[in-house]
Design a protein around this ligand. Sequence first.
Ligand SMILES: CC(C)(COP(=O)(O)OP(=O)(O)OC[C@H]1O[C@@H](n2cnc3c(N)ncnc32)[C@H](O)[C@@H]1OP(=O)(O)O)[C@@H](O)C(=O)NCCC(=O)NCCS
Length: 171
Amino acid sequence: MISIRKEQIGDEEQIRIVNTRAFGQPAEANVVDTLRKNCLAGESLVALDGDKIVGHILFTPAVIEAERKEIVGMGLAPMAVLPEFQRQGIGSKLIRTGLDEMRKTEQPFVIVLGHPEYYPRFGFVRASRYGIVSQYPNVPDDAFMILVYDQAALAGVSGIGKYRAEFDAAM
Ligand SMILES: CC(C)(COP(=O)(O)OP(=O)(O)OC[C@H]1O[C@@H](n2cnc3c(N)ncnc32)[C@H](O)[C@@H]1OP(=O)(O)O)[C@@H](O)C(=O)NCCC(=O)NCCS
């Protein structure tokens, strides 16, 4: 039985292992460790099988830089499930729990850079529909997505969707 809870002190090493094994490299785990030090805002959730951490998802503040204003919402990244636990619905459970929290905390939007076949099932659409593009060059149009909770806040806003600078190290 898989349960989801917020990250707690003492989870750091297992979260590192989950990200490193899921991505097959340490870059994303390093970003998570850096963000833990630098950024108190956001949400970090873990998926547990008993007391073993098998999945992790992180939301940190992200901005849309428009011509005359900047809107702050959240960025989903990274998300990781241990390879032997993938395709069992754990990633979906992490996303749904995280998005519930984003809605409750009244985030105007969540951006994600990821698999275009995966995120639309949670309500994400291409960010380009809103005239929003990724800060990173060479990102395919369908891979940069947004879920808008506050349509009014986004009305007439187009520009660059930006994750925190710590993510640059993994790009
Ligand atoms: C992406 C990831 C977190 C999904 O976790 P999960 O627990 O397997 O997800 P779920 O079981 O809820 O959903 C499985 C769905 O994920 C999608 N998916 C998983 N890996 C995928 C991949 N590499 N490319 C495209 N889609 C993928 C599939 O659509 C699959 O749906 P299906 O079972 O209907 O085919 C997990 O596969 C993972 O850790 N991958 C490596 C790291 C990564 O790529 N992170 C996300 C960056 S955007």
